[in-house]
Structure formats: structure tokens, C-alpha cells
Design a protein around this ligand. Structure first.
Ligand code: KG4
Ligand code: ZN
Length: 337
């Protein structure tokens, strides 16, 4: 079985083909970073317009380069939400139209389920049940996962998502967008121990997160310094990143203790962060657990995770009518297996 996956939920057009025997045949990505950079964040209307320009030529390219004919494709998976409504509608419209023309099903995929399943594209894949930490630009969620579509929410961010906090701190430090990789790069030259940043919501029980106070703390620390040097900025970037990683580590420990699962999965853009990975590797070793994360290019948005999730959903049997609808807001706990 072969599934074409289309991701258009935000600022990346992703097109991929996944085969259940041969694995990932092709994974094309077009990032709109250059388009949105000047605005310091994603401009929804510009995102939709660019997805429209890119999606079909990328689908043609994916078919040609993977030597796949339309007759080899068993279903088309597309991101149905959550995300920017206009951007989602581009992918949904193209997917449903092609599926109608090719007489195959179209399968609407939950973007965060795509992220969640991305580690399963690696040869060493996690097995259910596991604790999953989804850390992206829009979401920070801790889940107990018993099977496909069987996700219990253990905790989530009450305000900013982890990636959003990275992006905002990057802005304060005068760095570019998206901010996560830039903060991580700057933090490399930071000196540890100069600042002690808070670990929000770790002083009370529970698995929810709050990154907004940490963001304000970072802003105030920066404001207290007259004309901060590059070194001072790097020290602050490191203190911020360490605080995020440490906060997440503390919450993951709680989730592992609570569920007694022996696998921890991290996914979403922030799971590319090496400091976070290192903190969770150490936690996993201490807990006698295994840590799984996607390969680097599959941490951030991509078509491969949508194609893969589509294949899993196709195997369960899936039928959608031809009306095109998307869900800009869509709790992952509403999914079923
Ligand atoms: O999963 P993703 O591509 O998009 C959403 O679904 O939101 O995540 C993007 C987020 C951005 O906030 C970006 O700054 C962050 O992931 N990010 C990182 C790193 N790479 C991407 N944050 C910290 N460290 C990184 N290396
Ligand atoms: Zn994403």
C-alpha cells in the first residue's frame, strides 16, 4: 500500500510518498521562511498563496522521482488540522480533488498525530504504550499513548507553547525566525551558571506547563543590562534553553512515574533541540526507560509524517465524503483508533 501525504498546515509545503513495504520513497519540503522572515512570523494569507503555487508541482515531482504512477497510490493523506485555516484548505482541496479523480480515498490527518508518529519512520521505532511529549510552535502536550488514536492528555501548556517561547525569546535577542534553532545556536557560546532562570510550575504537582512567565523573566533579565554584549546575549539564551529543557525533564519524569510506561517519545519542532534531547536522554537512563525522537528533518513539519499517519489510518479503514472541511482547532484527544 502506498500513500501520498500532503502537509500545508503552516509555513511549509510538504509532499511525501510512503509505502508499507518499501518505506519512505520520497519526502519533498518547501519552506516559506524567506517569505515570512521580513514580518518576523507567519503571515497566513501569504502562506496559503504559496502553498497553492507549490503543492501541485511538488506532487508531480514526487511521483516522477519516486517512479510512482497514479495507479500505485492507494490513498491521499492531507493535514486537516490544527493549523491556519486558509493553508489547511489548500492541502485539503488538492487532496480531495485528486482523490476523487483517482478514485481513491482522501484521509484527513491530525497534524499533531503526524508529529507523534514521526519517530516511527526510524528503524528503531517505539512500541505502544508510551509517554509522548509533543513540543512544537503551537503545542506543548504530554500524552499517554495506548495505541493509534488512543491518546490521553496528561498535561499541556496553559499559555505559550515551548516553540513559541523560543521564537519570542529569539526576537528579544535580535535573532531571526524561526527562533528555536537560532537561540540554540547562540546558546552554544553561552557560559552556564551566570543566570538562574525559573522552572515554571515545577514547584507544584501536575503535568501542565507555562512558558509565558519564563519568557517575561528572559525579557526582564535582558532589559536590566545596558547594551548587552553578544556574550551576555549568549548567556541568556543558554539560561533560557536550560530552563526549558529542565522544566520539560521534570514533567517527563512525573509522566513516566505516573503512567509506569517505559518508553518516552518526543516529537515536534522543539524535539530537534539538542539540549532537550540530552536532558531527556539522561532522564531516560536514570529511569531505565527508552527515549525515541524523529530524525532531525522529521522533527519540524514535513509530508512524510502525514503520509505515514495516512497509511496507519488507511489500514483501519477510512471513508470521507467529498465535502472539503478542515479543523483549525482540533484537540488530539478527539481522535479514535
Ligand atoms: O513542529 P513545527 O515545525 O511546527 C508546528 O507544528 O508548530 O515546530 C516549529 C517550532 C518553532 O517554534 C521553532 O522555533 C521550533 O519548533 N524549533 C526549535 C528547534 N528547531 C525548531 N526549538 C528549539 N530548538 C530547535 N533546534
Ligand atoms: Zn508542526
Amino acid at each position: 500500500m502506498r500513500v501520498l501525504g500532503i502537509e500545508t498546515s503552516c509555513d511549509e509545503t510538504g509532499v511525501a510518498i510512503f509505502d508499507d513495504q518499501e518505506g519512505l520513497l520520497i519526502d519533498l519540503l518547501f519552506s516559506q521562511i524567506e517569505i515570512h522572515k521580513a514580518y518576523g512570523g507567519v503571515v497566513p494569507e501569504l502562506a496559503s498563496r504559496d502553498h497553492i503555487r507549490k503543492a501541485l508541482p511538488m506532487i508531480k515531482q514526487a511521483l516522477e522521482e519516486s517512479k510512482t504512477t497514479i495507479h500505485d497510490i492507494d490513498a491521499i493523506a492531507y493535514t486537516a488540522g490544527p493549523g491556519l485555516v486558509g493553508a489547511l484548505l489548500v492541502g485539503a482541496s488538492i487532496a480531495k480533488s485528486l482523490a476523487y479523480a483517482w478514485h481513491i480515498p482522501a484521509i484527513g490527518i491530525h497534524h499533531m498525530e503526524g508529529h507523534l508518529l514521526a519517530p516511527m519512520l526510524s528503524p528503531d521505532r517505539p512500541e505502544y504504550p508510551f509517554v509522548a511529549l509533543l513540543v512544537s510552535g503551537g503545542h506543548t502536550q504530554m500524552l499517554s499513548c495506548e495505541g493509534l488514536g488512543q491518546y490521553e492528555l496528561l498535561g499541556e501548556s496553559l499559555d505559550d507553547a515551548a516553540g513559541e517561547a523560543f521564537d519570542k525569546v529569539a526576537k528579544m535577542l535580535g535573532l531571526g525566525y524561526p527562533g528555536g534553532p537560532e537561540v540554540a545556536e547562540l546558546a552554544k557560546s553561552g557560559i552556564a551558571g551566570i543566570y538562574q532562570f525559573p522552572r515554571p510550575m515545577t514547584d507544584r504537582p501536575g503535568l501542565d506547563f507555562s512558558f509565558s512567565g519564563l519568557k517575561t523573566f528572559t525579557m526582564n533579565t535582558l532589559a536590566d543590562i545596558d547594551a548587552p554584549t553578544e556574550q551576555e546575549k549568549a548567556n541568556i539564551a543558554l539560561a533560557f534553553q536550560t530552563a526549558v529543557a529542565d522544566t520539560i525533564r521534570i514533567k517527563c519524569k512525573r509522566a513516566l512515574d505516573k503512567t509506569v510506561h517505559s518508553s518516552l517519545v518526543i516529537a515536534g519542532g522543539v524535539s530537534a533541540n539538542l539540549a532537550l534531547r540530552a536532558a531527556l536522554e539522561k532522564l531516560s537512563a536514570d529511569q531505565g526507560c527508552r527515549l525515541y525522537y524523529p530524525e532531525f528533518k522529521l522533527c519540524t513539519d514535513n509530508g512524510a509524517m502525514i503520509a505515514y499517519a495516512g497509511l496507519q489510518r488507511l489500514k483501519l479503514g477510512h471513508d470521507e465524503d467529498l465535502s472539503i472541511s478542515v479543523m483549525p482547532r482540533w484537540p488530539i484527544t478527539q481522535l479514535s483508533g
